[in-house]
Design a binder for this molecule. Structure first.
Ligand code: ATP
Ligand code: MG
Length: 424
């Protein structure tokens, strides 16, 4: 045999039975989005590299070291597998002038790609659900996107997840803070790691986002952006806090929360759990009022979040309430191949009536077919035996309820008794 070809490191297959939990998660998300009136969008997985370089910022972890970039061999275009969803959605809105008739509330679900060191909760292909509310400047939309996460935690049976919020103010406020930051870090140059040294003058705010534990004391002591915010920024933040209070959502103001992309302003937030080890942030987002303009559109405000599905489902597995994987209503046992045409016709009619039916394939003894029926989890076996067929009937045997009796049903009109299989 040839050497087995394996999946790319950090990129995972999703197989049964785990895939059922994913489908339940996505169904739950879609139902949530309907309740909040967010509409589905899908943008390409590949975008022109400058979208991310310009949109996320040149001096960010993602752009500096995590992007899967390549050159299109046909035309030489620099392309990148999307590392996050916001830039692509904003690009699409600009390209299609989609805000011409007012704001849009959107959501997406799909794979993202980052060249990171794979570990629990950190993969090279991972999946996000995200929302983007575009065209709304007011803090009520900040509250809305935050509270819809809480609603999702409830739907997933996750209970309380910790909410951290912060305000990054506006670009001019950040400039004043930036000067103070540079002065602080310059005074402790010897304690800066290589990344921080490099970013000291290009993007000192990013130093606050460091994952290096050795840098934490220095970061803790850094001047806080909050004290550089002007009246309008503080008012926006206070309004958000009042709405979260009114909705009974606890939060912690974390002045060191800066997020990994440059496009944020005003509100930023993260949902964090202590149950996933080092990768405890399950969702992060914020306002990005400058991004539309940055990718070449008319200025328009925006806010959104991205949620790591792998991390959320890891948490669901620990403490959530994923329902059991769905099982068929019935498993069709066909002891003699001669009965197959009738069996096929009948199970098709049952499926058309809305039942989930698995048809035995591959022959074998009655006993071995019953074993398969049992293993399928189906609630009923349909037995297309010779005697039954001679009477134009099929035997229906309950598999999960020892007190229920086997009955015969007419083959003539399966739709008439289909419901009895589902509800019994
Ligand atoms: P982290 O600080 O853990 O690197 P991040 O700030 O880079 O996260 P975001 O860009 O805000 O993450 O993405 C939003 C969410 O996507 C994260 O909160 C996390 O749940 C998830 N996520 C990010 N990177 C990965 C990854 N490599 N593998 C799995 N999930 C990820
Ligand atoms: Mg990261």
């Amino acid at each position: 045999m040839a050497d087995p070809i394996r999946a790319v490191k950090g990129m995972n297959d999703l197989l049964p039975p785990d895939s059922a939990r994913w489908q339940w998660f996505e169904d739950t998300v879609r139902a949530l989005m309907r309740r909040y009136a967010y509409q589905f969008v899908r943008t390409p997985i590949v975008e022109h590299t400058p979208l991310f370089v310009r949109g996320l910022g040149e001096v960010t972890d993602i752009v500096e070291k995590e992007m899967y970039s390549f050159v299109d061999s046909m035309n030489g275009d620099p392309l990148t597998l999307r590392p996050e969803g916001t830039a692509g959605v904003v690009r699409a809105m600009v390209e299609h002038n989609a805000l011409y008739d007012g704001g849009k509330r959107l959501f997406y679900i799909g794979p993202m790609f980052r060249h990171e060191r794979p570990q629990r909760g950190r993969y090279r292909q991972f999946h996000q659900v995200g929302v983007e509310a575009l065209g709304y400047a007011g803090p009520e939309v900040d509250a809305e996107v935050i509270l819809m996460c809480r609603a999702l935690w409830q739907d997933l049976g996750l209970g309380e997840v910790r909410l951290d919020i912060n305000s990054l103010g506006q670009p001019d406020e950040r400039r004043a803070h930036r000067a103070a930051l540079i002065a602080h870090f310059e005074a402790h140059r010897d304690q800066l790691d290589a990344d921080a040294q490099r970013r000291l003058h290009s993007n000192p705010l990013r130093i606050l986002d460091t994952k290096n534990p050795a840098m934490q004391p220095l970061v803790e002591a850094a001047p806080q952006l909050m004290s550089y915010l002007g009246e309008a920024s503080l008012k926006h933040f206070d309004a958000l806090k009042a709405m979260l209070d009114a909705a009974g959502q606890p939060f912690r103001v974390n002045p060191r929360l800066v997020r990994g992309m440059d496009y944020y302003n005003l509100t930023v937030f993260e949902w964090v759990t202590d149950k996933l080890g080092a990768q405890g942030t399950i969702c992060g987002g914020g306002r990005y009022d400058g991004l539309m303009e940055l990718v070449g559109g008319k200025p328009a405000p925006g806010i959104g979040w991205g949620m790591g599905i792998e991390r959320v489902l890891d948490l669901v597995q620990q403490i959530g309430s994923a329902p059991p994987a769905p099982v068929p209503d019935a498993y069709a046992i066909v002891p003699d191949a001669a009965a197959m045409p009738v069996a096929v016709r009948t199970v098709e009619a049952l499926r058309a009536a809305g039942l989930a039916v698995q048809l035995h394939a591959g022959g074998g003894s009655m006993k071995s077919q019953f074993k398969k029926a049992d293993a399928s989890g189906a609630r009923h076996a349909l037995i297309f035996g010779g005697d039954e067929l001679a009477r134009a009937e099929v035997a229906v045997k309950p598999l999960r309820d020892a007190t229920a009796a086997q009955v015969s049903q007419p083959l003539a009109d399966p739709a008439a008794w289909a419901a009895s299989l589902r509800n019994a």
